[in-house]
Design a binder for this molecule. Structure first.
Ligand code: TTP
Ligand code: MG
Length: 360
């Protein structure tokens, strides 16, 4: 039986801002820009009471909470806090799998301090994080990743929740299916139409039924509904892609404007490729149009993509093959180690920061 901890910082960017500026403490704040096309990265818990959430357009947030205070992001500070917490994790185990700047899985089945109970490891880590950063984290403790992640979310903020082996199956039965791994809005709607609302409903369906209706993920649902998740905690997981995106202040129709931006994006991407020594032969161009539809086109080259010139030429070539029926809202370029997984951080009107910069 494995002992897995999932740690997730509370309202991460917003808590860092409140920590560093006392005048923001206890107030509804949002990290992001209040501009016409701004999008919120995250909101303090005081702001969440008004229904303000990550990825919400700022203008909608202002309507919900007119006294909302907007704070610009400081990625370098978030990054350094992220390094501090990872350092703490590594005092307990080598098996640390970061999912983003503020979140990681830890396998503490055996741990450097020989602490027998995972809940005690989690408690200690939470305390160490608070002492070091003056920030709170929530921790979930369970027998696998799937349940540990659900557990960390259970008592947020500053939560600590354990789903032990004996209670795991019953717990999963009572879960709304929206909480399951891989079930988004679309799948949830489809499941509701099939009268599947809870883990129990999911468990009552056969493996064949789930696979034939939901493909590969059906198998995952089948296992998870039985509290089974065999994924191991993978440290230093290889980065799958590296990307930079840009949302235009106003939607643009001029190809020249798109091309100009493309060069800036490629420059930024080339820097990141050099810094991270990322190896890739596939380049992907992404366009989001005014109706929010997204188009991606890829091209695979015979050798590793390293030079700016190669990036620019390839992305231009892809661009030239696209029909512009609409104005462009966003443009992005990424290089991919394989066809799956996108490592970009979706912050509107911001050069996009790769989610896990120091992976791989
Ligand atoms: P989360 O851990 O998803 O959110 P959170 O830490 O702000 O709040 P919670 O207490 O619910 O965990 O994301 C971590 C940080 O990543 C978040 O502080 C800001 C950033 N982020 C974005 O920039 N855009 C997004 O859409 C999301 C979800 C997060
Ligand atoms: Mg968080």
């Amino acid at each position: 039986m494995r002992k897995i901890i999932h740690i997730d910082m509370d309202a991460f960017f917003a808590s860092v801002e409140q920590r560093d500026d006392k005048s923001l403490q206890g107030k509804p704040i949002a990290v992001g820009s209040s501009g016409k096309r701004g999008v919120i990265s995250t909101a303090s818990y005081e702001a969440r009471k008004y229904g303000i959430r990550s990825a919400m357009p700022s203008q909608i947030a202002i309507k919900k909470c007119p006294q909302l205070i907007f704070v610009p992001p400081r990625y370098d500070v978030y990054k350094s806090v992220s390094t501090q917490i990872r350092q703490i994790f590594l005092e307990y185990t080598d098996l640390v799998e970061p999912l983003s700047l503020d979140e990681a899985y830890l396998d503490v089945t055996t741990n450097f301090k020989n602490i027998p109970f995972a809940i005690d490891v989690a408690k200690e880590i939470k305390e160490r994080i608070f002492q070091t950063t003056q920030l709170t984290a929530s921790a979930g403790v369970s027998i696998n990743k799937f349940l540990a992640k659900i557990a960390s979310d259970y008592n947020k903020p500053n939560g600590l929740f354990i789903i032990g082996p004996k209670k795991a199956e019953k717990f999963v039965e009572s879960l709304p299916i929206e909480r399951f791994f891989g079930i988004g809005e679309k799948t949830a709607t489809k499941m509701h139409q099939m009268n599947i609302f809870t883990g129990k409903d999911l468990k009552d369906r056969s493996e064949d039924f789930l696979i034939s209706n939901f493909g590969k993920l059906g198998k995952t649902y089948f296992l998870n509904a039985r509290a089974i998740d065999n994924r191991s905690v993978i440290s230093n997981r290889q980065r799958k892609s590296l990307g930079v995106e840009w949302t235009f202040t106003e939607d643009v129709s001029s190809l020249l404007q798109v091309e100009n931006e493309l060069i800036t994006i490629c420059e930024e991407l080339a820097n990141r490729i050099t810094k991270s020594k990322f190896k890739s032969r596939t380049i992907t161009l992404k366009l989001k149009f005014e109706d929010f539809s997204i188009l991606t086109r890829s091209k695979t080259l015979p050798c590793d993509i390293e030079e700016l010139l190669v990036l620019v030429e390839s992305s231009r070539e892809i661009l030239s093959q696209i029909d512009f029926a609409q104005k462009v809202r966003l443009i992005g370029v990424s290089v991919n180690a394989n066809e799956k997984g996108e490592d970009v951080f979706n912050v509107d009107r911001q050069m996009v920061i790769p989610f896990e910069e120091d992976r791989g």
